[in-house]
Design a protein around this ligand. Structure first.
Ligand code: GDP
Ligand code: IMO
Ligand code: MG
Length: 431
């Protein structure tokens, strides 16, 4: 089994960082293939907590190689901050971090447009992380983006930036009435980043394919989640990249025939940050506040409180299909320890019809009511349990019911944020 993909099955923050860190010892290379520093992946090692944004989560294991693939959008200042932060904590990335020369750059005007566009949208805003992600991907698709490779040719970089700034400054001034950016200033800033990033820049498609040909194992680390995927998510309340399993191929340059397994990460309940449909959302009074407090549901990137609700099996069943999941990692089971009753949404009721899948139009969710099945809670601690047989019977029943409704076997159950607070039921990579 040389290549395994990890993806989020809900709206992000499922605990992908913990699962990637857990599986990294079985792999040689760990690859981020989409998104940018909108991601916040938390890894807890002993008493230490790390929040990774662009650097793959497996990097905390000595000797593992991290790859930032072509599908990523990179804010060089944010990446350098992250590299410096890790170095200061004793994680040296020299010689084991590779950045794709085809990855796109997030420019200062992307961040400005992200913020201004959200302001202009008013009530229709997406609730983005404000990191410039959407505008950077828009430029990529419009074929006017600047890429990491461009940083290595200062004259060409300046020439391309001159063209981009002419357009972007016009847009910022005329549409959003804000000041544009100065060519010399931006050029100097970015060429400065280039000097520092140079040592990490590579043809990462080659790095990965050579590694696979040599029998090495690759772990793909998805960011965001299936319902935030630009094609398959709750459009337009999504991010701007392919957060589903297919994105691992296009975002890394590794062909689909080289990928063997796809593991989906799902929280034992649901959360969402930002705006957009969330059928099983619980108001504060209904218990959303309790779930947030017990699950510490505050954004790892922006610190925003996460919206919380019951497990939505319609959503995860959809994710099983869209990603072709071979197994599931259920995280944060322990957060439900104190619940007397636990609900699972099995379908939506919409204008008198039962829907077994999600609507394509975000507005149509307004007419969808979740249909619940209620299961008894277990009212005892599962924190840190490492053997499936040691779980309370009702917790096992809950997990088995989830697996059954969504139609996917369980690979992992997580019972705490630490590495060893985990039940491994099936190995991701063959021994
Ligand atoms: P990611 O973006 O998918 O990597 O997830 P985040 O790191 O944004 O959010 C997941 C949060 O849940 C982090 O604070 C993790 O440390 C924490 N976490 C992960 N697994 C578990 C678990 O099984 N139980 C508990 N209580 N916390 C967990
Ligand atoms: P990880 O990888 C949760 C959400 C934002 C917003 C929408 C679009 O940690 O799971 P963007 O800045 O990407 O244009 O925002 O997507 N979002 C996330 N929500 N986890 C994430 O990443 C997210 N990355 C983006 O809140 O609703
Ligand atoms: Mg996160």
């Amino acid at each position: 089994m040389p290549a395994v993909v990890i993806v989020g099955t809900q709206w992000g923050d499922e605990g992908k960082g913990k699962i990637v860190d857990l599986l990294a010892p079985q792999a040689d290379l760990i690859v981020r293939f989409q998104g940018g520093h909108n991601a916040g992946h938390t890894v807890v090692v002993g008493q230490e907590q790390y929040v990774l944004h662009l650097v793959p989560s497996g990097i905390l294991h000595p000797g593992k190689i991290g790859v930032i693939g072509n599908g990523i959008v990179i804010d060089p200042a944010a990446l350098l901050d992250e590299i410096d932060g890790l170095t200061a904590r004793g994680i040296d990335l020299q010689g084991r971090l590779f950045i794709s020369h085809r990855a796109h750059l997030i420019m200062p005007y992307h961040k400005a447009i992200d913020k201004e566009s959200e302001k202009l949208k008013g009530a229709r805003k997406i609730g983005t992380t404000g990191r410039g992600i959407g505008p950077a991907y828009a430029d990529k698709m419009a074929r006017v983006g600047l890429r990491v490779a461009d940083l290595l040719d200062p004259d060409l970089f300046r020439q391309k930036l001159t063209g981009s700034l002419a357009e972007m400054n016009y847009l910022l001034g005329r549409l959003y009435s804000v000041k544009g950016f100065d060519l010399d200033v931006v050029c100097r800033e970015y060429l400065g980043y280039a000097e520092r990033l140079n040592a990490y820049i590579a043809d990462t498609g080659d790095v990965l394919n050579d590694a696979i040909a040599a029998g090495r194992r690759v772990l793909f680390e998805g960011a965001q989640g299936t319902l935030l995927d630009v094609d398959h998510g709750t459009y337009p309340f999504v991010t701007s990249s392919s957060a589903t399993a297919g994105g691992a191929a296009t975002g890394s340059g590794v062909g689909p025939t080289r990928i063997d397994r796809v593991m989906g990460v799902a929280k034992a309940y649901s959360t969402r940050v930002g705006e957009g449909p969330f059928p099983t959302e619980l108001s504060e009074e209904q218990g959303g506040g309790d779930l947030r407090a017990r699950g510490q549901e505050f954004g790892a990137t922006t610190g925003r409180p996460r919206r919380c609700g019951w497990f939505d099996a319609v959503v995860v069943r959809y994710a099983v299909r869209i990603n072709g999941l071979s197994g599931l990692a259920i995280t944060k089971l322990d957060v439900l320890d104190e619940c007397s009753d636990i609900k699972i949404c099995t379908s939506y009721e919409c204008r008198g019809n039962r829907l077994a899948t999600i609507p394509a139009v975000a507005e149509h969710y307004d007419e969808c009511r979740p249909v619940y099945e209620t299961m008894p809670g277990w009212k005892q601690s599962t924190v840190g349990i490492t053997r499936y047989d040691d779980l309370p019977p009702n917790a096992k029943r809950y997990l088995e019911r989830l697996s059954d409704i969504v139609g996917c076997p369980l690979d992992i159950v997580s019972t705490g944020s630490k590495r060893d607070q985990t039940i491994v039921m099936r190995r991701a990579f063959d021994a």
